[in-house]
Design a protein around this ligand. Structure first.
Ligand code: ATP
Ligand code: MG
Ligand code: MG
Length: 341
C-alpha cells in the first residue's frame, strides 16, 4: 500500500510518513489529494465531520462521517449504544443547570462527569459523590455538554475490535484485558483473563454496534467487566485502539493490517496473536526515563516510540512483549512495569 496522510500538526508522528500533507483537515487541496486515493480511513476521532462529508461521493470513506459523529460525542454515543441493544453504565445527559437536579441519585449516588466531546486519557472527567461536587465539577469543566455516568464497580476492563467490509463481512480481534492508572491505559494483555463466554458476549456487542452503526472499516469497543461476568460498554473508538497495539508483535495479523484489509475489501479473517503477548504504555513522567538498556535486554520486548515531544502524562510510546506461556508473560510484564515509570 502507498499511504498519503493529511494532518495539520507539524509535530504529529504523521510527519514521518512519505506522503505527509501538512494542512488543515478541511483544506481543499489536501482533500483533493485524498480523493485521488482508493479509500480514505482515519486513526483519530477528532477529525472534523465536515472533512469527511466533503469527501463523500468522491472516494470511499471508511468509517464514514455518520459513524464518526456518533463516536466522538459521548452522549450520542451512549444513546446509540443502547439503541443497538448494548448495555452501558447508567447515565444522564447534562446540558443545562436544570439537568443537574437529581441526576446523581438517578445514576446511583456516585458518578463520573465527562465532557461529551474531546476527552481522552481521562481528561475532561471528574469523580463526584455529592450533588455539590457535581455542580462544582460541571462549573470546572466549563458548563459544556457532559454525560454523568454512574460509577461502575467493575472487576476488570476488556476491549475488542471488529472490522466490517463494505459488503458487510465481519471479522473480530482478540479479547484484550486492560489496566488503567489515573484514567490512562497502562497495560493490555492477551489472552484476557475473563469468565467463560466473555469473549462471545463482547463479540456479540461489537457486532451489534458494527451493524447498527453501518461500520465500514474497524472500530473498538471498551467494556467494563462486572464481577458476575456481564459486560457494560464504556465507549467506542472508530479506529484501531491502544490496547490492540499488542497485535503488532504477537505473530498474527496486526490490528493495522486488519483495518487496511477491511477498508480495501481484501480477504480478512479474525485476527489473533499466535503467542501470549502484552503491551505496557510509556507515559511521560517529569524527570524520569524508562530504563531502556534493561528493557532491551528483556527477552521478547519490542519498543515502539512515536517521536512526540515530551509532555508529562502524554503517551510517548509503548513496549510490547511476547512470551511462550502466560506465566512467563505475567513475569515479563511485571518487570516492564518496574522499568517504565
Ligand atoms: P480513552 O479514550 O483514552 O480510553 P477517556 O478519556 O475517553 O479515555 P474513559 O474511557 O471514559 O475515558 O475512562 C477512562 C477510564 O476511567 C476507564 O477505562 C475506567 O478505568 C475509568 N472509568 C471511566 N468511566 C467509569 C465509570 N463509569 N465507572 C468506573 N470507572 C470508570
Ligand atoms: Mg475515550
Ligand atoms: Mg476509554
Amino acid at each position: 500500500m502507498r499511504v498519503r496522510v493529511l494532518e495539520p500538526d507539524p509535530q504529529a508522528p504523521a510527519r514521518l510518513c512519505a506522503e505527509h500533507l501538512l494542512a488543515p483537515y478541511t483544506d481543499p487541496a489536501g482533500l483533493d489529494a485524498l480523493a485521488e486515493c482508493d479509500a480514505v480511513t482515519l486513526e483519530f476521532e477528532n477529525v472534523p465531520v465536515e472533512a469527511l462529508a466533503a469527501l463523500d461521493g468522491r472516494v470511499p470513506v471508511r468509517p464514514g462521517g455518520g459513524l464518526l459523529a456518533r463516536s466522538k460525542h459521548r452522549a450520542r454515543e451512549k444513546e446509540a449504544l443502547r439503541a443497538a441493544g448494548v448495555q452501558t453504565a447508567p447515565f444522564e445527559v447534562i446540558e443545562s443547570a436544570a439537568d443537574l437536579e437529581g441526576a446523581l441519585e438517578r445514576v446511583g449516588g456516585r458518578g463520573i462527569l465527562k465532557t461529551s466531546e474531546l476527552g481522552y486519557d481521562g481528561k475532561g472527567q471528574a469523580r463526584v459523590s455529592t450533588p455539590a461536587e457535581l455542580a462544582a465539577a460541571w462549573a470546572d469543566l466549563g458548563r459544556v455538554p457532559c454525560v454523568l455516568e454512574g460509577l461502575v464497580a467493575f472487576g476488570g476492563e476488556v476491549s475488542l475490535s471488529v472490522a466490517r467490509t463494505a459488503g458487510g463481512e465481519l471479522a473480530f480481534g482478540p479479547l484484550i484485558e486492560n489496566v488503567h492508572r489515573g484514567g490512562i491505559l497502562r497495560t493490555s494483555v492477551f489472552p484476557a483473563e475473563a469468565p467463560e463466554g466473555t469473549e462471545a458476549r463482547a463479540r456479540e456487542a461489537a457486532r451489534a454496534v458494527a451493524e447498527a452503526w453501518g461500520l465500514e472499516g474497524l472500530l473498538t469497543v471498551e467494556f467494563f467487566l462486572l464481577p458476575g461476568g456481564a459486560l457494560l460498554a464504556n465507549e467506542v473508538a472508530p479506529r484501531v485502539h491502544n490496547s490492540g497495539h499488542l497485535t503488532q508483535d504477537g505473530g498474527g495479523l496486526s490490528q493495522f493490517g486488519a483495518q487496511v484489509r477491511a477498508v480495501l475489501g481484501l480477504p480478512l479473517a479474525d485476527w489473533r496473536p499466535l503467542l501470549p503477548c502484552a503491551m505496557v504504555n510509556v507515559v511521560g513522567v517529569q524527570g524520569q526515563e524508562p530504563d531502556w538498556a534493561r528493557i532491551d535486554a528483556l527477552p521478547g520486548t519490542h519498543v515502539h516510540l512515536y517521536h512526540k515531544a515530551f509532555r508529562a502524562g502524554r503517551k510517548l510510546g509503548h513496549v510490547n512483549v511476547v512470551a511462550p506461556d502466560r506465566d512467563t508473560l505475567r513475569k515479563r510484564v511485571a518487570e516492564l512495569e518496574r522499568l517504565i515509570p
